[in-house]
Design a protein around this ligand. Structure first.
Ligand code: NAD
Length: 467
């Protein structure tokens, strides 16, 4: 009997199979959890479908109360959830604590929103309103880099709008999601939230299921394309939050010593496993050498280790496949550029990689052109800022980007021409609950968060009456 069960129709149930979850810092099993079969996925969808009429008929106030109760429950279990998140995901405990707290904050944020009917006409001849109706059963598919916060981009918005949900975490990080199921079991009515775990075999089943009306997906661009294709048959709504290759452009007037740690942090947070990590660092030629030296020093001083150990600044890569992929990027970067810090695995147990800085590298190399999703930063030299923006834009991706400069007018003007869903000036990866977040080009379709994100879980209805 596993401690970590599926939540289906308000009950915690064993899976038809089990799944071993590995701690990436030790390569040992953290826990064996329930793994759903296709039949159990069908049960979860049937439960969500059955729960939809009653849930969508509740008032916004009733749904808000449930969201706040979930937020309170997450906060009440903050310590336990954070430890579990570190054990399955690898990130330092302090970051895991921030993520769990953030998840509760996102539930609270959505509880503060409304979806009021807009009265377009109200006169002697007619009354016309534009309304926002829920869609039905929503599938929420989540990756392994931020299992809890990315779930909290989706679930509270879907619920507030009146939908019922199936949550499917990534197979390497299902434990916090299943734990959440235990915590909220008695808070949400049966069937309104269902949580299943799989071994990478049920995502496709969920996206093609005829009774699911929308898929809210966060993950890689390659899987996003599959989601889009399989959602077509039942004309499902989709929102896709996909991969990125964010460019960060440093102009020549910055204070090098003050800027370098911030840029470095934007690249290395969560061991670089952030969709909006800075993944291509463009630095003006006049400060290039000085910046590279600062980055190398920061990389050499970074404390890499088990996220449960005090003082750890960077944990391991989350899983073996990602570790192997990033080591492959490093191998090719050794040929395409000059490694000035890191460049090797750290230790021989756990999926640790030394923070790695690569200079004298340019477009045409794997590390610059593809998404590394790991602690390896390419530093690219440029001479003309407009050319740097053009090079930044010459990517299939368009998730985030940033410009760093003392002259903020100049930075703002350059930022306007970046082709990405979010552009920051003198900061990077600043996500806030009220700001819509989404990608352009191959980085996604639609947005999450903010009122725009909430509306993506609705469909428009025009109610039009003659008088
Ligand atoms: P992934 O695409 O491999 O997996 C994501 C989720 O999709 C997992 O839950 C997985 O089980 C599921 N899945 C697998 N096959 C599926 C299928 N055929 N149909 C439906 N679902 C399926 O991604 P990953 O490796 O877990 O995550 C890393 C990627 O996610 C990176 O590219 C990163 O940039 C991206 N990401 C994007 C955002 C964003 O908001 N844009 C945020 C975080 C991560």
């Amino acid at each position: 009997m596993s401690e970590y069960k599926l939540l289906i129709n308000g009950a915690l149930v064993e899976g038809d199979a089990t799944l071993d979850v590995i701690n990436p810092a030790t390569e040992e099993t953290v826990a064996t959890c329930a793994r759903a079969s296709k039949a159990q996925l069908d049960q979860a969808v049937a439960a969500a479908k059955a729960a939809f009429p009653a849930w969508s008929a509740t008032s916004m106030d009733e749904r808000r109360k449930v969201l706040v109760a979930i937020a309170d429950a997450i906060q009440a279990n903050l310590g336990e959830l954070a430890r579990l998140l570190t054990q399955e995901q690898g990130k330092p405990l302090q970051d895991a604590t921030g993520e769990i707290f953030g998840a509760s904050a996102f539930f609270r944020y959505f509880a503060s929103l409304d979806l009021p009917a807009k009265v377009v006409t109200d006169d002697a001849t007619s009354r016309i309103e534009i309304r926002r109706k829920p869609l039905g059963v929503v599938g929420c598919i989540v990756p392994w880099n931020f299992p809890m916060i990315l779930m909290a981009f989706k679930v509270p918005a879907a619920l507030l709008a009146g939908n019922t949900v199936i949550v499917k975490p990534a197979p390497t990080t299902p434990l916090t999601a299943l734990k959440l199921g235990q915590i909220i079991k008695d808070i949400v009515p049966p069937g309104v939230v269902n949580i299943i775990a799989d071994a990478n075999d049920l995502g496709g089943e969920l996206t093609k299921h005829p009774d699911v009306r929308k898929i809210s997906f966060t993950g890689s661009t390659e899987t996003g394309k599959k989601v889009m294709a399989s959602a077509a048959d039942a004309l499902k709504r989709i929102s896709l939050e996909l991969g990125g290759n964010d460019a960060l452009i440093v102009l020549d007037d910055v204070d090098v010593a003050a800027t370098a740690p911030k840029v470095f942090g934007a690249a290395m947070q969560n061991a670089g496993q952030v969709c909006i990590a800075a993944k291509r660092i463009y630095v003006h030629e006049s400060i290039y050498d000085a910046m590279c030296d600062e980055f190398a020093t920061l990389a050499k001083n970074m404390v890499v280790g088990d996220g449960l150990e005090q003082g750890t600044q960077m944990g391991p890569l989350q899983n073996k496949a990602q570790f192997d992929k990033v080591m492959g990027f490093i191998d090719s970067a050794k040929k395409d550029g000059k490694v000035i810090a890191g460049g090797e695995r750290k230790g021989d147990k756990g999926y640790f990689i030394q923070p790695t800085v690569v200079r004298d590298i340019a477009e045409g190399s794997q590390l610059v052109d593809e998404e590394q999703f790991g602690p390896v930063m390419p530093v690219i030299k440029y001479s003309d800022p407009k050319d740097a923006v053009a090079r930044a834009n010459a990517s299939i991706y368009g998730l985030g980007g940033s410009i760093w400069a003392k002259d903020s007018d100049k930075a703002w003007a350059l930022a306007e021409s970046m082709e990405s869903g979010s552009v920051w000036v003198n900061k990077h990866a600043d996500l806030q609950p009220h700001l819509p977040f989404g990608g352009s080009k191959f980085s996604g379709i639609g947005s999450e968060l903010g009122e725009e994100g909430l509306k993506e879980f609705t469909q428009v209805q025009v109610l039009n009456m003659a008088r």
